[in-house]
Design a binder for this molecule. Structure first.
Ligand SMILES: [Zn+2]
Length: 107
């Protein structure tokens, strides 16, 4: 048994694999809205038609590849997706709270 090996199994492994597989590693790093650091990278794989926004904090977003897009376009697209998701989370939370309030007033 070798307990040292376990420490290599960090989530960072996945990022390294992505970097290796990506045909072109486009510029960055970009500001990450989750960890508030400039650790995010945009990785494009034209063969698989996949683009990833990956951050060292674990944030990862897959996007569709678009040949006309520049890295910064992907980044702004990612930010849109991120904001939309945050908004959706907030909206659902709000709806739930309203529903709970209604239930309380009914009883
Ligand atoms: Zn981050």
């Amino acid at each position: 048994m070798c307990p040292v090996k376990k420490s290599y199994r960090t989530p960072h492994n996945r990022i390294k694999i992505l970097v290796k597989e990506a045909k072109q590693m486009v510029n960055g790093p970009y500001y990450c809205p989750q960890c508030k650091k400039e650790l995010m990278q945009i990785l494009a794989d034209p063969n698989k038609k996949e683009v990833f926004a990956v951050c060292k904090c674990g944030l990862e977003e897959k996007m569709a590849y678009a040949p006309v897009f520049q890295p910064v376009d992907y980044y702004s697209k990612f930010m849109d997706l991120y904001k939309k998701r945050k908004f959706e989370e907030y909206r659902q939370q709000y709806m739930r709270q309203q529903r709970e309030k209604q239930q309380v007033s009914k009883t």
